[in-house]
Ligand binder design. Structure first.
Ligand code: ADP
Length: 249
């Protein structure tokens, strides 16, 4: 039963930019524990949807509900405190600091856990242990003392994932986690995401359909701001409208 609980939903989600409907009346139901992909041709409205869900943009119309609470009017920081966490871009990684220090800093960001590390009784030991655990979880043990700025690209994405996991996300939103990655790194990051997704929900924008097929339980296909199809990968990939939308690219 838990698998079909809806953790995050959007109804009539609409975003207008000066009369242009980037997202038009979109309904999304994100199942608890699922890895849910948003796909679609360029300009389909995926990034806008993503920004609406994390409140980086205010919707023109519509409602977003997280675990029964209307979060439509909340600010990004309030969303993060509830456990809806967006992956940080590589630009948010401090290049002159070590991998470990980057994760330690992430653990102290205002979020669900941060306050516990400021309590003197638990402070440093807990923080350090948790940071090392996260470094290990994303396969960066060998790089733990390396400067983040010197990591190869794929390893930086892994570090980005660790800093996201540091916030203990309930729902984790990943914006093109494979973007710019070499083919051989993609499988590795996919494996990390699969592991990181255990016990949480993941929403991801992804261009690479092999990754979507391999990783995602649910797929929403957007086109021109509207939902073209949704379901599991097999059903949407067979949908003639989806095939047409992708062939047009
Ligand atoms: P996708 O991520 O699927 O490629 P986007 O959500 O980035 O699509 O964009 C959807 C549409 O909205 C595009 O036509 C884009 O040009 C337009 N758009 C996105 N952001 C803005 C903005 N801030 N102002 C005006 N138009 C925008």
């Amino acid at each position: 039963a838990a698998a079909t609980n809806i953790v995050l939903s959007a109804t009539e989600l609409t975003k207008e930019f000066k009369g242009f409907l980037a997202v038009n009346n979109v309904h999304l139901s994100i199942r608890e524990g699922s890895i849910h992909a948003l796909i679609g041709p360029n300009g389909a409205g995926k990034t806008t949807c993503f920004n609406l869900l994390t409140k980086f943009l205010q919707p023109t119309r519509g409602r977003i509900v997280f675990r029964g609470e209307d979060i439509t009017r909340l600010k990004p920081a309030e969303i993060a405190r509830r456990g809806i966490v967006r992956s940080f871009q590589i630009s948010a990684v401090f290049p002159n600091l070590s991998v470990l220090d980057n994760v330690r800093i992430a653990l102290q960001r205002p979020g669900r856990l941060a306050t516990q590390f400021w309590r003197p009784d638990t402070a440093l030991n807990v923080l350090n242990a948790r940071a090392e655990e996260l470094v290990e979880q994303v396969g960066l043990q060998a790089f733990i003392r390396h400067q983040a700025g010197e990591l190869p690209y794929g390893r930086k994405r892994a570090l980005e994932l660790a800093t996201t996991l540091a916030l203990e996300p309930d729902v984790m939103l990943l914006d093109e986690p494979m973007a710019g990655m070499a083919h051989e790194d993609i499988g590795q990051i996919a494996a990390l995401i699969r592991r990181a997704a255990v016990g949480r929900t993941v929403v991801m924008v992804e261009h690479n359909l092999h990754v979507v097929e391999d990783l995602c339980d649910q797929v929403t296909v957007l086109q021109r701001g509207e939902i073209l199809a949704e379901g599991n990968y097999d059903s949407v990939s067979r949908d003639p409208r989806v095939r047409e939308a992708y062939m047009g690219q």
